[in-house]
Design a protein around this ligand. Structure first.
Ligand code: FES
Ligand code: MG
Length: 572
């Protein structure tokens, strides 16, 4: 083992080493700070206001025991936590702030290795971005999905069924009282959303990138094996420090391609796109929207999980878990990338049979033969927009219709149910002012509700286009992440109600029948600027001044790349 980074604090007989050691001696064994024991921070996103991560203090205790058992010294390090359902205006506004704060604290402290405890949507991305930028040995512990809740005898998928039931209320097929009754049973246990939403997707991403112990992702939060694997993670991080294995050794371009393939095979969230691009950006790895389209093309969706399919995360675990699923497509994965264990991911795929092939579908009978994420371009999205065909209505993937334009979420909410709104099932709903800069923070509003009068007439899907994101638990023919966004001068800001929009997913294009001359003249007097956010101070101001567009991951421009783990100067 090379000299530990923490030895810069703890080794020596001068006054500074004395200070660093003395203040930490609060019951630690005498040799814990002799400069030879790996000092492990457990970056803990537990918070009572992040309900999906509430249980992580218990998980941290198991990690601690593992670290001690392997000869390291563990420390609980509470870090910025983001609860998807609680924070306004959107948790995404602070993903980069959380990542920045974590990175700085990892570097500032006497730490040799990291265990990253995440769960709810933004927490694993922020942890991975931070770990990539500081490049200290690190392992993710995915907090795990909750157990399946039931309402009137039927399984309830978090998120997905909330969207579905609320649409049923608006369509008049169930009462609001019935809808509210279901609220009692949606959240059955500790853990994050039990659909293949963003949290489950990012656990899959962490494992496919090689950043978890293989076989960890998808272990339910309430399952005793979560604590067992957390203990093992604590042991492994100590070995990893000794071996000097760092995130940059594990997360390579090929492991990102494996993650894209895994997300496609599980029918994962569109949010994986912005998160993977941002993590890759921290490592200096070339990854672009085109890679998602190319690497995900031809990958069958084999996980029959909501929102694309029927089952929930509990069922995936029972059916054999992610490794059993990936084993079916082992030949499509890149063989080189290693995991935190030091051996290739593909080497861990043996001996994982599928126990229920209605949940993990056979490769030759998938939910959808060609999944992945389609990247559309054209005069409406010069730098790209994305759509998840597995969550869409097949007939609408090829569509021509007139635009109905909304300048903000508020504008959309105010008019969408207006009986006089000039809209038919063929219309294309366009929402702008919801990109990283315009909102700010790129909220999950792209799956905008359908007009009530169309719902009542039996319409259940329409083409929707925006510069927003969509919840990983949502579904529909929803075109997202249009770049550049309207507030950054993208042509999305120039569309007018009535313009003919052309969607051709097979041809990968998204355009409007408006001439270049007309667009040029419209750009002289953009109609919607007043709806875009203009924060004057604080984080929101820093964010809008520096946030990049969705096609490169919506990180802040000055956070791209890495500053490494260099030890700073001494102040005492
Ligand atoms: Fe936390 Fe869904 S709200 S994972
Ligand atoms: Mg979500």
């Amino acid at each position: 083992m090379d000299r530990l980074r923490s030895a810069d604090w703890y080794q020596g007989s001068d006054r500074n080493a004395y200070i660093h050691r003395a203040w930490m001696r609060r019951g630690l064994p005498g040799d814990a700070l002799d400069g030879t024991k790996p000092q492990i921070a457990i970056a803990n996103t537990a918070s009572d206001l992040t309900p999906c991560n509430m249980h992580l203090n218990e998980v941290a205790e198991s990690v601690k025991q593992g670290v001690w058992a392997a000869g390291g010294v563990p420390y609980n390090l509470p870090v910025v936590s983001l609860g998807e359902t609680q924070v306004k205006p959107t948790a995404m506004l602070w993903r980069n702030m959380a990542a920045m704060a974590m990175e700085e604290m990892f570097r500032a402290n006497p730490i040799d290795g990291l265990v990253l405890l995440g769960g709810c949507d933004k927490t694993i991305p922020a942890l991975l971005m931070a770990a990539a930028s500081v490049n200290l040995p690190a392992i993710v512990v995915p907090g795990g999905p909750m157990l399946t809740g039931h309402f009137r005898g039927e399984a309830l998928g978090c998120g997905t069924d909330v969207w579905r039931l609320s649409e049923e209320v608006r369509a008049g097929t169930i009462t609001n009282a019935q809808f509210l009754e279901s609220e009692q049973s949606t959240i059955r246990s500790k853990g994050h959303c039990n659909t293949m939403g963003t949290a489950s997707t990012m656990a899959v991403v962490a494992e496919a990138l090689g950043m978890t112990i293989p076989g960890f992702a998808g272990t339910p939060a309430a399952d005793a094996r979560l604590l067992k694997k957390s203990h093992e993670t604590g042991r492994l991080i100590v070995d990893m420090v000794a071996a000097g294995r760092r995130p940059s050794d594990i997360m390579t371009r090929e492991s990102f391609l494996n993650a894209i393939i895994a997300v496609a095979a599980v029918g994962g969230s569109t949010n994986a796109v912005v998160h993977l691009l941002a993590i890759a950006g921290r490592l200096g790895i070339e990854l672009s929207l085109a890679d998602f389209d190319a690497a995900g093309a031809g990958i069958p969706v084999m996980a029959n999980l909501q929102p694309s399919g029927s089952f929930l995360m509990d069922d995936l675990h029972r059916a054999g878990g992610l490794l059993a699923l990936l084993a079916q497509i082992a030949d499509l994965l890149h063989p080189e990338p290693i995991t935190v264990t030091g051996t290739p991911l593909v080497d861990s795929l043996g001996g994982h049979p599928v126990y229920d092939d209605t949940v993990i579908l056979p490769r030759e009978k998938p939910l959808l033969a060609d999944a992945g994420i389609a990247v559309l371009r054209g005069n409406l999205a010069p730098r790209g927009a994305i759509v998840k065909p597995s969550a869409a209505t097949p007939e609408l993937l090829q569509h021509v219709g007139p635009a109905v334009v909304f300048d903000s979420v508020e504008d959309m909410r105010a008019r969408i149910d207006d009986p006089d709104l000039d809209v038919t099932a063929d219309s294309v709903l366009v929402l702008r002012g919801c990109g990283p800069r315009g909102y700010p923070g790129m909220p999950e509003v792209g799956n905008m509700p359908l007009p009530r009068k169309l719902l009542e007439a039996g319409v259940r899907d329409m083409v929707r286009i925006s510069d927003a994101r969509m919840s990983g638990t949502a579904y529909g023919t929803v075109i997202l992440h249009v770049a550049p966004e309207a507030a950054a001068g993208g042509p999305l800001g120039l569309v007018r109600t009535g313009d003919v929009i052309r969607v051709d997913v097979a041809g990968r294009s998204l355009s409007m029948d408006v001439s270049e001359d007309e667009l040029r003249s419209r750009s002289q007097s953009p109609a919607s600027e007043a709806a875009y956010a203009k924060p004057g101070r604080g984080w929101a101001k820093l964010y809008v001044d520096h946030v990049m567009q969705a096609d490169t991951g919506a990180d802040l421009d000055f956070l791209v790349g890495s500053s490494g783990d260099e030890v700073s100067r001494e102040s005492h």
